[in-house]
Design a protein around this ligand. Structure first.
Ligand SMILES: Cc1ncc(COP(=O)(O)O)c(C=O)c1O
Length: 392
């Protein structure tokens, strides 16, 4: 499987495709027909790369975490996506998609958000590029990620609560898709992860692939080696992981590790560990692994981190799982919290709760002294302070 080029219908093996209502088809088809030509054009790349460098602050550092390395007796590098403008990897994709939407003549942007990072990133791009922005967010997430709601409002976005189901990310995606069906001509839906109908999984993976491109260059410069032994990232829908894995998938000697949200535990009935609990199904427009009942009803997920609280994963990751190309770990809420506290105390970095799931893999697997491990630190923890303080 060539993960950089899913087939023309957007399939990674048996996962992917575009399962959308007829009303939405013209929008999706317009994107399918135009996205590659737009984003590969020289003028797009000039504008996008300039913003990544001078506005977002890329390249983000690849930081050798000396204290963490000593603790685990191995060599650990952190890819500091938390240092991006707005505090997470989400801006890499949001700016790309908003630029692309402008070139398609759209003047109204909608987005869903869980942790609020994608909503903030999209609202930021819209403020910068002068487009209207509406963000759908589950009511539960509006409460637990309040600082990001305030930021979106200050940036001029309208934040619309999603009040169905578990009132979290899945429900926000449903509302955004509903809006798109009702406003097909003027609106572009900036999806925040490698989910949704083709071409979104490929489009978002391409925008996030800058993460592994930089890791390769920085690792070579710092260690003389082009490839690490392991790359570890958390998976909600899977965009930071897809970006961190992208340029390593073909390199068979690089082991890929994905950390999913175990919630209270995979057997607890309150979990979001899709590869452990999911089966083949269609969610939000693509065929992938989905947490569902025998008759196809989506099971409400749970995670302490809003960004991982999702009952599916993108087709890219479903295929990595099926092909055994990546190893998947389920990290429970309390394990993620402990890893966040540890990183804060020994490295002076407060990670996002989502990223803390990737860090927790260090306690699940034994690494050799000479191994080089790169962990994608997808975001910073400012938005999670209320949760952290409750558990200190
Ligand atoms: C900091 C951070 N990391 C990870 C994620 C999970 O998303 P994805 O799996 O698409 O990277 C989110 C989602 O909101 C996030 O805010």
């Amino acid at each position: 499987m060539n993960y950089k080029n899913p087939d023309k219908d957007g399939y990674y093996g048996e996962f992917g495709g575009a399962f959308v209502p007829e009303m939405l088809y013209p929008n999706v088809e317009e994107l399918q027909n135009n996205y590659l030509e737009i984003i590969e054009s020289e003028s797009f790349q000039r504008e996008y790369q300039d913003l990544l460098k001078n506005y977002v602050g890329r390249a983000t550092p690849l930081y050798f975490a000396k204290n963490l390395s000593e603790k685990y007796n191995t060599r650990i590098y952190l890819k500091r996506e938390d240092l991006n403008h707005t505090g997470a990897h989400k801006i890499n994709n949001a700016i790309g998609q908003v630029l692309q939407a402008k070139r398609l003549g759209k003047n109204r942007i909608i987005a869903e958000t869980g942790a609020g990072q994608h909503g903030v990133a999209t609202a930021t791009a819209c403020a910068l590029l002068g487009l209207e922005c509406i963000v759908y967010m589950g009511e539960v997430d509006i409460q637990r990620q309040a600082p990001n709601v305030a930021r979106m409002k200050m940036l001029g976005a309208e934040v619309v609560p999603a009040t169905s189901g578990s009132k979290t990310l899945k429900d926000a995606v449903n509302e955004a898709l509903r809006d798109w069906i009702n406003n097909p001509a003027t609106t572009h839906y900036v999806i925040g992860s490698v989910v949704g109908p083709h071409p979104f999984p490929d489009l978002v993976a391409r925008f996030q692939s800058i993460i592994s491109k930089e890791i390769k260059e920085q690792l070579l410069e710092q260690t003389g080696r082009k490839n690490p032994d392991y790359v570890i990232a958390c998976v909600g829908g899977g965009s930071n992981a897809a970006g961190a894995f992208y340029h390593f998938v073909e390199e068979k000697n690089v082991q890929l590790i994905a950390a999913e949200a175990g919630g209270f535990g995979v057997d607890s009935g309150k979990s979001a560990a899709t590869t452990f609990l999911g089966t083949l199904g269609v969610l939000h427009g693509s065929k992938s692994l989905v947490m569902q009942t025998a008759d196809g009803q989506v099971i409400e997920p749970h995670s302490i981190s809003a960004g991982l609280d999702y009952p599916g994963i993108g087709p890219f990751h479903s295929n990595l799982f099926k092909e055994n190309r990546a190893e998947f770990f389920s990290i429970n809420d309390d394990e993620a919290l402990q890893s966040a506290f540890q990183l804060t105390r020994i490295e002076g970095i407060i990670p996002a709760l989502e990223s803390a799931h990737a860090l927790a893999v260090l306690d699940k697997k034994r690494f050799k002294k000479d191994d080089i491990i790169v962990i994608c630190l997808s975001g910073r923890g400012d938005k999670d302070m209320e949760t952290y303080l409750k558990h200190l």
